[in-house]
Write a protein that binds this ligand. Structure first.
Ligand SMILES: Nc1ncnc2c1ncn2[C@@H]1O[C@H](COP(=O)(O)OP(=O)(O)OP(=O)(O)O)[C@@H](O)[C@H]1O
Length: 271
């Protein structure tokens, strides 16, 4: 991973690896959107952030990604305090794919992905051949190589979602934060995306993804963090968190949990 600090700023020594969020609290107009959320994510793992609509998942992800500053709490990645890390350096550590990232102005898919290279090049210099090479590889990994020269305004929701994933990959981060990365994707593309996240984790990335589909979390994640009513109500292994009892209490649905005989992973049946 490239992580060369710009002149005048060097990364502090690594003390502890992975993400450490502690006591994150965010409120608007006196209403807590996230209350005292704490979590640990180890490098090389995929964590699913689950919970009902309005639980506070996107708000917590935005805080971790640096889009929204928490009023209270600390965020450290690899021992680095993210709040005091300059924006450009932070963007080399953490990449964020938002839930509904509609294009604000027209550009081609490859131009959109190249924006992920901005934290890695000098402010005045244009993109290098190496930047373009990295962007094209990222687009290919996300499954959109054939769409490189297409205007993103003309792409389908799923195609555009993969472009945004490629932009985050081109950023070459150490922590990848994704808000519903598969919500526009067909089942084949969903499986391909989750398999890609697993490969990225195997390469050492820390991956945190908000997921609505509990089966996707059960099948592909190492760890699950469940939010409800602005707080984290459970965090741990898939089998510790995705229990019939907790799903029933949090979502108000009945869920039978079996074991997939092929994968050994939990198989969820809702009623
Ligand atoms: N700018 C805002 N002003 C007021 N309330 C807000 C604001 N942004 C978010 N909220 C509220 O905060 C709560 C948490 O929102 P958030 O988007 O984090 O939930 P979520 O778990 O990601 O939901 P979903 O699964 O529906 O995407 C919701 O009740 C939402 O209406």
């Amino acid at each position: 991973m490239s992580a060369i600090a710009s002149p005048g700023w060097t990364y502090p020594p690594l003390t502890e690896h992975g993400l450490r969020a502690s006591g994150i609290t965010i409120s608007i107009g006196g209403k807590a959107l996230v209350s005292e959320a704490s979590l640990r994510l180890e490098p090389g793992t995929v964590t699913g952030l689950v919970g009902p609509n309005g639980a506070g998942k996107s708000t917590l992800l935005r805080a971790i990604a640096g889009v929204r500053r928490p009023e209270v709490g600390t965020l450290q990645f690899d021992g680095i305090d993210l709040a005091s890390t300059p924006v450009r350096e932070r963007a080399r550590l953490v990449a964020f794919m938002e839930q509904e990232a509609s294009p604000t102005f027209d550009m081609t898919a490859i131009e959109a992905v190249m924006m992920g290279r901005l934290p890695h090049r000098s402010v005045l210099a244009g993109p290098s051949a190496s930047d373009e090479d990295i962007a094209r590889k990222a687009l290919a990994r996300a499954g959109d190589a054939a769409l490189a020269e297409r205007s993103i305004a003309t792409l389908s929701g799923g195609e555009r979602q993969r472009v945004h994933l490629a932009r985050a990959l081109a950023q070459d981060p150490r922590l990848l934060v994704l808000d519903e990365p598969t919500n526009h994707l067909d089942i084949g593309a969903q499986l391909a995306t989750m398999a890609l996240l697993r490969r990225l984790a195997a390469e050492g990335l820390t991956v945190l993804a908000a997921l609505h589909d509990l089966q996707t979390a059960a099948t592909h994640c190492d760890q699950v963090v469940m939010m409800a009513g602005s707080t984290i109500v459970a965090a741990g292994s898939v089998t510790d968190v995705l229990t019939s009892d907790l799903i029933g209490r949090v979502y108000g649905v009945h869920c039978d949990i079996m074991t997939n005989p092929k994968t050994g992973r939990p198989l969820l049946a809702f009623s």
